[in-house]
Write a protein that binds this ligand. Structure first.
Ligand code: FSO
Ligand code: SF4
Length: 544
């Protein structure tokens, strides 16, 4: 195996033996390489077929689901990956006969025809990430693939809410097809920027999907304690799963709690009407090995980040959607327009003891763009009066590394006239610190999930307008972003596309950026790695 797609890549270079730091086994990683290889090959012929009138919808859905499956901490199950590889073969056959029916020839493309797992693993040895010998070309190509993976995840969440945009899936297909060509570095850099453009488009689509379906997030005090009924814990990013679980469990005598990236579900008006929706339990994804244990009831993982479960609570973890792990129970997809059936989880919960309380009190959130703009007058006044000197965007991901204490230290040490804008699981490093407020505006404004970083961009663009500035970089906003997996890559590329300069990225720069590619990004966008807390604080306050 060789994988360097996330921040925890072994030794800062890549996971290459037996098992990745995330727990992904070498065989699963190799099968995922075959899947990505086949998605590229499939895209070559799909692109031609779509040009000739082939329905882009099903193939777009298939490609985005497949990409999503290969994101860090999503799927650990060889059988599911194999099924997806087989599907690439089936899809290719369908497309080939379509082209033949139109009297068109099938473009030459490379696709591995699945026979056995052993043969697929043998085949994987020559087509993995390292099969591209030029490290800069490899770096750019992988940067694009990871951006597409995050885009695919966000697209998937929008499409389950019936918000679709064929231009986005066609971009994924076209780009995967283009990656099979001998593109030079300049052409690949242009494709990186195009990926940023479509990342913005996808996050905008998801924002529309979420807010049109569930209302605009609003200021909310979220309970972080527990009640005395048995509970179900739901994690991940999929709001449709959240809705169906709430609806199906409402009269069951079971309470619902969010974990990790599902915390922002508490901010949506449509979910607030459920009395048995109690609040949030625990913290960011990597603490699940402790917190799932003390929760005592069943847990539903709707997306990443799943940590391979311990035996002590394994029988209580359910996966759904593209998430998978051998040995875990899986809730099947919706069929014929019907909801998923969460009754096995609800039935299990009834027999479990209530959660063990690990925290108490409340945290505040719900500051997506609509809510912040409702407070715009107050915010602008506070900036004009000097009560707010600077906004610091600290969105992104959390992770296990000790170095991430940096973000807690920064949040604690920022002057009292600064406001932190956050989204994603990065917030758990400082959202329980009681940092106070400025004239009633909390000093930590949580917009929501990592995809809601889009909200932060909208806020910045609206503030630019309100202050009559011609450049987003003239605002008193600094960016101190934490990344972990590929959705964060998508968010990062979106910010670059929007023209944001001077982003600090930590806890360290991605292993997949070769020195030359890192140099191009640093020089063109003034991106910098995080430094010491004191030094960064001073620079941030100087707008550097
Ligand atoms: Fe976090 Fe995991 Fe949202 Fe990621 S739970 S790390 S960028 O999957 O998706 O922020
Ligand atoms: Fe390693 Fe990250 Fe890849 Fe997992 S996803 S194998 S931790 S680089």
């Amino acid at each position: 195996m060789f994988c360097y797609q996330c921040q925890e890549a072994m030794h800062g270079t890549g996971c290459s033996v037996e098992k990745g730091v995330c727990g992904k086994e070498d065989h699963t990683s190799d099968l995922m390489d075959v899947l990505i290889y086949n998605l590229k090959g499939l895209s070559v012929i799909a692109k031609e077929a779509i040009t000739n009138g082939y329905d882009p919808k099903p193939i777009g859905k298939f490609v985005s689901e497949s990409l999503f499956m290969t994101i860090t901490n999503v799927n650990f199950d060889d059988e599911r990956v194999i099924e997806q590889i087989k599907q690439t073969n089936n899809q290719a056959k369908l497309i080939s006969s379509f082209l033949a029916s139109k009297g068109k020839s099938v473009p030459k493309s490379n696709l591995y025809e699945f026979e056995t797992k052993e043969k697929a693993l043998e085949f994987s040895k020559n087509i993995g990430v390292l099969s591209e010998p030029n490290e800069d070309i490899r770096s750019l190509k992988e940067l694009i693939v990871y951006g597409l993976k995050g885009m695919a995840a966000y697209y998937d969440h929008a499409s389950v809410l019936d918000f679709e945009d064929e231009s986005i899936t066609s971009f994924m297909v076209d780009t995967l097809a283009d990656l099979t060509k001998n593109l030079n570095a300049d052409e690949l850099i242009a494709l990186v920027m195009k990926t940023g453009e479509f990342s913005v488009k996808t996050m905008e689509l998801l924002d529309r999907a979420n807010t049109a379906t569930y209302g605009n997030p609003e200021i909310t005090q979220v309970n972080i304690g527990t009640k005395n009924k048995p509970g179900i814990l739901i994690s991940g990013h999929d709001l449709k799963d959240m809705e169906e679980l709430l609806e199906q469990s409402k009269d069951s005598g079971v309470d619902i709690y969010t974990h990790g990236e599902m915390l922002p579900a508490n901010y949506y008006p449509k979910f607030k009407k459920y009395d048995h929706f109690v609040g949030n339990y625990g913290n960011a994804w990597w603490l699940q090995t402790k917190e799932f244990e003390s929760f005592n009831g069943p847990i539903l993982m709707t997306t990443n980040c799943l940590v391979p479960p311990k035996d002590s609570y394994k029988d209580r973890v359910f996966t759904t959607g593209v998430v998978g792990h051998p040995g875990l129970k899986h809730i099947p997809d919706r069929k014929d327009g019907k909801s998923k059936d969460f009754s096995p989880i609800i039935e299990m919960a009834k027999k479990c003891p209530p959660p063990t309380q690990i925290e108490s009190g409340t945290i505040v959130g719900g500051f997506a763009h609509n809510q912040v703009m409702a407070l715009a007058d107050k915010v602008i006044e506070a900036v004009n009066s000097g009560a707010i000197k600077r906004f610091v965007v600290m969105a992104g991901c959390d992770g296990r590394h000790n170095t991430r204490k940096y973000y807690t230290n920064i949040a604690e040490s920022l002057p009292k006239d600064t406001v932190i804008l956050t989204a994603g699981c990065a917030k758990y490093r400082y959202n329980k610190l009681n940092l106070g407020d400025i004239n009633g505006i909390p000093r930590v404004l949580d917009a929501g999930q990592c995809n809601d970083s889009y909200s932060l961009a909208v806020i910045a663009l609206k503030l630019k307008e309100a202050f009559g500035l011609d450049d987003i970089n003239k605002l008193p906003i600094s960016y101190d972003i934490a990344w972990y997996e590929q959705k964060a890559v998508t968010v990062f590329l979106a910010l670059l596309y929007l023209g944001v300069k001077g982003i600090r990225l930590g806890p360290k720069l991605p292993a997949f950026l070769s020195p030359n590619v890192a140099k191009v990004i640093v020089e063109n966008f003034d991106v910098k790695p995080i430094g010491g807390v004191q030094q960064d604080l001073e620079l941030i306050m100087q707008g550097k």
